[in-house]
Design a protein. Structure first.
Length: 593
């Protein structure tokens, strides 16, 4: 969708800015210095293209949020009466005066309509301009910054300014101060041909599952589709292929789902699905590379379990191209942003959407500027208002965030600014109050997985739906007022996947997210077949009613940052949330909502 956006001619960098040169400049956003681990080097080449995304203010978002709370509250008379694309866009749109002022500013640099891309709600404006022009427009200097551990390089600045009259109309412009390193949880998908399990677990016979039902003892060694159905009490439930229900996986950073691996997985774990396919959607040039060498562990895991569990529910795989790193040695045509905004651009512009979407990619919250995190979070709220259930893995570093548990040493648990304050690291989007965050468990009886990330946001205040349960948990700790996560949990250890033609075991909340999302999709399937709306944004229902149909996890903790982290306990906790699904009970509650 962005491929049609024209690059602004370099020569136009010297167009006069007209009367805007006479309007005082004021800093719009500034950080003290590059975050921990980033080192500044040379000035950015003046002819390097930047894709600047300009977020315009959304004066009606508070109204959209009120709609969301009503539409996702089973006790409200409007529960399930979701907004249309057009209704949602009207509540996301900027004021006409904002469009006029921003267009005048862009025009003063010679940037006319043919050089703009506008989102469907017109709340984002995207332009491609050379660094030299971006520096003039933003009164700043761009440099190349390199990450000391990964070697990744990006073009960024630590401060930018705008004419004072633009401040009330523009929320943010990126890439500027954002040093995000979006990652799949593949760094924690420690896959191998060896099997890790409890040494005392039998491999034959049955054991008792959390719902009191028999479960194959082998599920304590390897998790399969059948195991998840047994553990979570969904054996025998069959979904429809024709009722309009859909499930989707969102993927980024060249994580490709290999179709040959998928069919081999179906043969092994759900033969009925063998030969079936999914809808591939390319966003921002996202590819569908089917070579074995390009197969992604994350993408394979997500598609194999989500599509295998929910077959024959129609499935979609979103492949979003673009990533933040800029490599000076390779003459890349542009320097991209963190890609959630591009994914949101696309899905919010669509008339019809999958009712359940799972994502296993995340950032440490502090690496995403608050202004950007808040704006993307608002986009997730808009999807919720349209009836979409968004599910995200919480992270794999215990209280150390997105890092793998093996990397969660105290040296990584510092604030990402000049103060270097020791702290636990929350993750984004899991700490956004408009999504459902999934932590991890392992074994039967279920215990908290030690890598399950959870804690409290430093950006977002605690929403009302969490007050009762989270406040009760905090009675044993210090009082707090911030958003808590995860919301729920699911099995996250020793999932058997097919990767490059071979079976491997893998783990992480990457496993838990598509697993939990699959059971949500089954609940939506039942509701839609009965002529009911889908569940949409889940959390109000989960915290008010649904928790009664979840298996409370009370054993385990999530160490990191040189500490034991948080403990699982009775009720909600910042390791496993409200617990894991009991599908039969959830179905009963979902049909009564």
């Amino acid at each position: 969708m962005h491929m049609s956006l024209l690059a602004f001619p370099f020569a136009a960098a010297f167009v006069s800015a007209g009367h805007y040169r006479d309007i005082p400049r004021k800093i719009k956003e500034s950080i003290q210095g590059p975050p921990r681990g980033w080192l500044r080097s040379d000035p950015a080449p003046p002819d390097r293209l930047l894709e600047l995304k300009i977020a315009l203010t959304q004066p009606h978002f508070p109204i959209l949020e009120k709609h969301l709370w009503a539409l996702s509250n089973p006790k409200h008379e409007r529960y399930g009466a979701y907004l249309s694309k057009e209704e949602t866009e009207a509540l996301m749109a900027p004021h006409p005066g904002t469009l006029e002022v921003v267009d005048e500013w862009l025009s003063s640099y010679g940037i006319e309509e043919e050089y703009l891309y506008r989102s469907s709600a017109q709340d984002w404006v995207t332009i491609r301009v050379p660094v030299a022009l971006a520096e003039k427009m933003l009164d700043t200097k761009y440099h190349i910054y390199t990450h000391s551990d990964s070697g990744e390089s990006i073009v960024r600045t630590t401060s930018y300014s705008l004419p004072e009259n633009l401040h009330e109309h523009v929320e943010l412009i990126q890439p500027t101060t954002m040093f995000t390193r979006l990652r799949p949880f593949r760094s924690t998908l420690h896959w191998s041909t060896s099997v890790s399990s409890r040494s005392t677990s039998p491999s034959t016979g049955t054991i008792t599952g959390p719902a009191g039902n028999p479960v194959d003892a082998s599920c304590n060694i390897t998790i399969t589709i059948d195991c998840l159905r047994q553990i979570y009490n969904a054996v025998g439930y069959n979904t429809s292929a024709t009722n309009g229900n859909q499930i989707a996986i969102a993927s980024y950073l060249e994580e490709y789902a290999n179709n040959q691996d998928l069919q081999q997985f179906f043969q092994l774990e759900n033969p009925m699905a063998y030969g079936s396919n999914y809808t591939f959607v390319s966003i921002n040039g996202g590819l569908n590379n089917q070579s074995y060498a390009a197969a992604g562990i994350e993408a394979n895991l997500d598609t194999q379990f989500a599509f295998g569990l929910t077959y024959p529910t129609p499935a979609t795989f979103y492949s979003t191209g673009g990533r933040p790193p800029y490599i000076p040695e390779v003459q890349l045509p542009e320097n991209g942003n963190e890609p959630y905004a591009k994914w949101l651009d696309y899905v919010l512009s669509q008339e019809y959407l999958p009712q359940t979407i799972s994502t296993s990619f995340a950032d440490d919250e502090q690496t995403v500027p608050y202004s950007y995190a808040k704006r993307v979070c608002c986009g997730f709220a808009a999807l919720g208002a349209r009836g979409v259930s968004l599910v995200f893995g919480s992270g794999d570093g215990g209280v150390a965030g997105t890092k793998s548990h093996n990397e969660s040493d105290p040296g990584q648990c510092f604030s990402n600014d000049a103060t270097n304050k020791t702290m636990f690291i929350p993750t984004f989007p899991s700490a956004c109050p408009y999504v459902t965050s999934v932590g991890g468990t392992n074994y039967i009886p279920e215990t908290a997985a030690l890598f399950s990330t959870g804690g409290f946001s430093n950006y977002f205040s605690r929403p009302d739906y969490q007050n009762k349960t989270v406040t009760k948990y905090l009675e044993t700790l210090a009082p707090g007022t911030m958003m808590a996560f995860p919301d729920v949990a699911a099995q996250a250890f020793n999932f058997s996947i097919v990767y490059q033609g071979q079976q491997h075991n893998t783990y992480g909340t990457s496993c838990a997210s598509p697993a939990f999302a699959s059971f949500v999709s089954m609940l939506n399937d039942a509701r839609i077949s009965a002529g009911r709306p889908p569940l949409g944004f889940l959390n109000q229902w989960l915290y008010e009613t649904g928790y009664a149909a979840l298996n409370d996890i009370t054993v385990g903790n999530n160490p990191g940052c040189g500490t034991e982290g948080f403990n699982a306990t009775i009720g909600w906790d910042p390791v496993t949330g409200l617990g894991t699904p009991n599908f039969e009970k959830l179905l009963e509650l979902a049909m009564a909502a």
